[in-house]
Design a binder for this molecule. Structure first.
Ligand SMILES: [Zn+2]
Ligand SMILES: [Zn+2]
Length: 102
C-alpha cells in the first residue's frame, strides 16, 4: 500500500488501475489520472521537501523537532536564532534562556 500524494488516498502498487509516474528516480502512484495530471503539471507542489533538504532544529524547551525553514516561533538570543513549536515554549525560553543554553 502506497499513498497517492495528491489526494492522500491509499493505492495498491500492483493494482492495474493504479496510475504510475516515475520522476527523478522515484515512483509515484495515483488513484486516477485526475490526480496524476496535476502532479505532472507541478510535481514540486506535491513533493514535500522532507529529509535532507529540510533542516530540522530542536525546540530547546520541549525537545520537539521544528522545521527551520518554516518555524512556528523563533526567538533571538545574543545574535542566534532559536526555534520553538509554540508560543509557550518561546516564552519559557525567554524567561530563563540560561536554563536551556549550555
Ligand atoms: Zn488520488
Ligand atoms: Zn516546544
Amino acid at each position: 500500500m502506497v499513498r497517492d500524494i495528491v489526494c492522500g488516498m491509499g493505492v495498491e502498487e500492483d493494482d492495474p488501475s493504479t496510475f504510475v509516474k516515475s520522476l527523478e528516480g522515484k515512483t509515484y502512484y495515483f488513484c486516477s489520472d485526475q490526480c496524476m495530471l496535476p502532479f505532472m503539471r507541478a510535481p514540486d507542489d506535491y513533493i514535500k521537501t522532507k529529509g535532507k533538504e529540510t533542516e530540522m532544529v530542536k525546540d530547546l524547551v520541549c525537545g520537539m523537532e521544528v522545521d527551520e525553514n518554516n518555524p512556528p516561533f523563533t526567538s533571538v538570543n545574543k545574535g542566534k536564532i532559536y526555534y520553538f513549536c509554540s508560543n509557550s515554549c518561546k516564552r519559557e525560553f525567554e524567561r530563563n534562556p540560561k536554563k536551556y543554553l549550555k
